[in-house]
Structure formats: structure tokens, C-alpha cells
Design a protein around this ligand. Structure first.
Ligand SMILES: O=C(O)CCC(=O)C(=O)O
Length: 381
């Protein structure tokens, strides 16, 4: 009851505060404005570059190796693979096979690898290099992009949301809103062009996968465009930087969480560190060469009325090498109210979630501690 009224008052507080999805910058709500004045901790890169680090400060001790949720992951389970070329250029039989496999992957895993996706390897390499060039810039230059508010379209920072956290995560990030308007730092100079190409390709990839997923549920494609306003779809790009950590047994890159969007498309450098929750355990992800890792987000769970669930994942640290990942999230337009589609609601399976404007969900998720599927749970009917 308390939670329901919290969500209601949140919606009320934020209602009407935002410009339309084509506006240049979402406005700051009074709720979030309060969080502006806390100065952020140093970036973890800066801590590492100081060269004297042999242990992590208590602020980073987010892991409890003895806790049941922290048990060692297994490699035994194989994450499903989707051949994108069969989905988009295959025979009708090949497409329907891929659609079936997509549906199965979403239902059983919420995670799959995509191969033969057509995004050039050179571009995938270039985006990681350009993101690294950004993190390698002097702190004073990066400080120009420090996030003041969780809906700022360009946001450099550390941990997840250091203004509200008790413990921090061993991660620096650059978050950019790249669609329907494209935002990018002016430095390093090649970032804009590479990112523009990369995010265009991955958006197209995401939308094709969404069509296949929609088909796997026997839903009409035109209805999907209407439900999400995909022409103005919201797309965010995140570059994650996890430098070597002196005590990886204590610190985490990112804690167990689900993603807010419909689909997240992830690509990493040669260093592994992603764990995915499957059944009661964690699976250590070893991506196939040249593949993307894709996972379903909270809004997929809402819209499918719980048929396809978002999945918990976490990013681990290591003591030797810098890990980087680049993530793009494809989501409904910011002003879309997302709710379970009527075709997946019945008297046997009543609506499980109440509808919420995408931007409200996003602001709440990004403005609070990152904790499993906490925001989605707030919307449960
Ligand atoms: O770096 C990774 O592998 C995971 C990143 C992630 O979960 C995120 O950016 O939300």
C-alpha cells in the first residue's frame, strides 16, 4: 500500500515536467534536484592511476564472499545463440526457426548472444578505443561532463549513483542519450562520428530483434510500433570502465541488477567479468567471438505481462586488467506510458504491472540505489 502510493505520488510529482521526447533536454524534477550538491568521489581510474593502491577503501566493499548470493558462478550452462542473418535474410523457415529460438531464449534465459549481426568488427573495435580515449583524458577535461542530474543527456561519473549510495562500485562510466537526439562530448574528437555510426547500427539491430521477439508472442508488428513509439525510441549508450582492483574479492563493478529498457545490447573488450543469474545460480559469460550479448529489460517484462522477464546480472572486477564494456539500451520513447499489452492480459493472467511513463521509471531507477529489480517490483499490481 505504501509502495503503491509512493509510485502514485512520484508520478504526480513528475507529471507534465518533461518536454516532449523530441525536446533537447529533459527538465529537472524537484525530487531529483535535491541530490545535486554532494561532490562525487574520485573516479576509480584516478585512484588506480595514483599507483599506490594495495587495498580498497571500505566504501568499495560491496561484496560479501560468504553470502549465498555471492557463490561462485558456473560455466556449464550455455547461453543461447541467435543467428541474426537467418532472422533477417533467411528463408521463411529459417526466420521462423530463429523467431522460435528468440522466444525460447527470452522465456528461459532473458539473455542471448547474437552472431552474424552485420555490425563491422572495425566499428566495434573503434567504439571501445574511442571510449577508452575518453576515460584516458585528464580528470579536469572529463569533469566538464560530470552528471548533475540523472536525466542529463551527457553524464560522466563513477560507481552507479554516488550521491545516494552507502557503498560504491568499482566502475567509471560515460552515459549518453543518443536517440531521438544524439548527444556526445566534443572530446575526444573522433568519438562523435564513431558513436553516431555505432548507435545507429545497434539501434537497427535492436529493433529487428524486437520484431522477432514480438512475432514469437504472436503479436502484430504495427501494434508494437504503436505501443512503444519506436520512431522516437529512447536509446542510451553507456561505456563502462573497470580498472584492475586490488581486492576483487571485496569490490564489485556493478551489483546484481536488471536493466530498465526493452533490450540491452552489450559488447566488451577481451576481458570477461559479466555474470548472469540463471535458475538459482550465476553463470559466467564467455561471449562468442564477434558476438553481441543481448538481454531483456524491465519494460519487456512489463509489456509482456511477465512472459519474458528481465534478468539479473552483475559485473565483477579483477586484479590484473582493465575491463571495458559498451552497452546500448533500446527503449520506448520517453513519454510512452508502457503497460502490459492487451493481448497478453486475460482473466487467467490479469495485468501484473501498472503502466508508467518511461521517463518516470528511468528517473526513479537512475536516481536511487541500484538494487536488483526494485523499481519493477514497485509497479506490481
Ligand atoms: O559491464 C558489464 O558487463 C555489465 C554492464 C551493465 O550491466 C550495465 O551497464 O548496466
Amino acid at each position: 500500500m505504501y509502495i503503491a502510493s509512493l509510485v502514485k505520488s512520484l508520478s504526480h510529482l513528475m507529471g507534465g515536467q518533461y518536454l516532449s521526447s523530441t525536446s533537447s533536454k529533459p527538465q529537472v524534477s524537484p525530487l531529483m534536484a535535491a541530490a545535486h550538491h554532494v561532490s562525487p568521489p574520485s573516479s576509480v581510474k584516478q585512484l588506480c592511476d595514483s599507483g599506490t593502491l594495495s587495498s580498497v577503501h571500505n566504501h568499495y566493499a560491496s561484496r560479501d564472499p560468504g553470502a549465498p548470493s555471492d557463490i561462485d558462478p558456473t560455466l556449464e550452462e550455455q547461453i543461447p545463440t541467435i543467428d541474426f542473418s537467418m532472422l533477417t535474410q533467411g528463408t521463411p523457415q529459417e526466420r521462423s526457426l530463429m523467431v522460435r529460438q528468440l522466444g525460447q531464449a527470452c522465456e528461459e534465459w532473458g539473455f542471448f548472444m547474437v552472431v552474424n549481426h552485420g555490425v563491422p568488427e572495425a566499428l566495434r573495435g573503434a567504439v571501445l578505443d574511442a571510449a577508452k580515449d575518453f576515460f584516458d583524458m585528464e580528470e579536469e577535461k572529463k569533469a566538464e561532463y560530470l552528471g548533475r542530474h540523472v536525466l542529463d543527456p551527457i553524464r560522466y561519473g563513477t560507481s552507479f549513483n554516488s550521491t545516494v549510495e552507502d557503498v560504491h562500485y568499482w566502475r567509471d562510466y560515460l552515459k549518453l542519450f543518443v536517440h531521438p537526439e544524439f548527444h556526445c562530448p566534443a572530446k575526444p574528437p573522433n568519438l562523435r562520428d564513431i558513436l553516431c555510426q555505432y548507435t545507429t547500427c545497434t539501434r537497427a539491430l535492436g529493433i529487428e530483434l524486437l520484431k522477432g521477439i514480438w512475432e514469437s508472442l504472436d503479436l502484430d508488428e504495427s501494434y508494437m510500433n504503436k505501443a512503444f513509439n519506436l520512431e522516437a525510441c529512447f536509446q542510451v549508450f553507456v561505456a563502462n570502465f573497470y580498472p584492475p582492483c586490488p581486492q576483487p574479492e571485496l569490490a564489485m563493478g556493478l551489483p546484481p541488477h536488471s536493466d530498465h529498457g526493452l533490450l540491452t545490447i552489450l559488447h566488451q573488450n577481451a576481458i570477461d567479468g559479466l555474470h548472469v543469474k540463471h535458475g538459482n545460480g550465476w553463470v559466467y559469460v564467455k561471449p562468442l567471438p564477434n558476438s553481441f550479448l543481448v538481454n531483456t529489460g524491465d519494460h519487456m517484462q512489463i509489456v509482456t505481462n511477465g512472459r519474458y522477464k528481465s534478468v539479473l546480472h552483475r559485473a565483477m572486477t579483477n586484479g590484473e586488467s582493465t575491463r571495458m564494456s559498451v552497452v546500448t539500451v533500446v527503449a520506448p520513447s520517453l513519454d510512452t506510458v508502457v503497460e502490459p499489452v492487451a493481448q497478453l492480459v486475460s482473466s487467467e493472467r490479469p495485468a501484473m504491472y501498472r503502466g508508467i511513463k518511461y521517463v518516470e521509471f528511468l528517473e526513479y531507477q537512475q536516481g536511487n540505489k541500484l538494487r536488483e529489480k526494485a523499481v519493477l517490483e514497485l509497479l506490481r499490481v
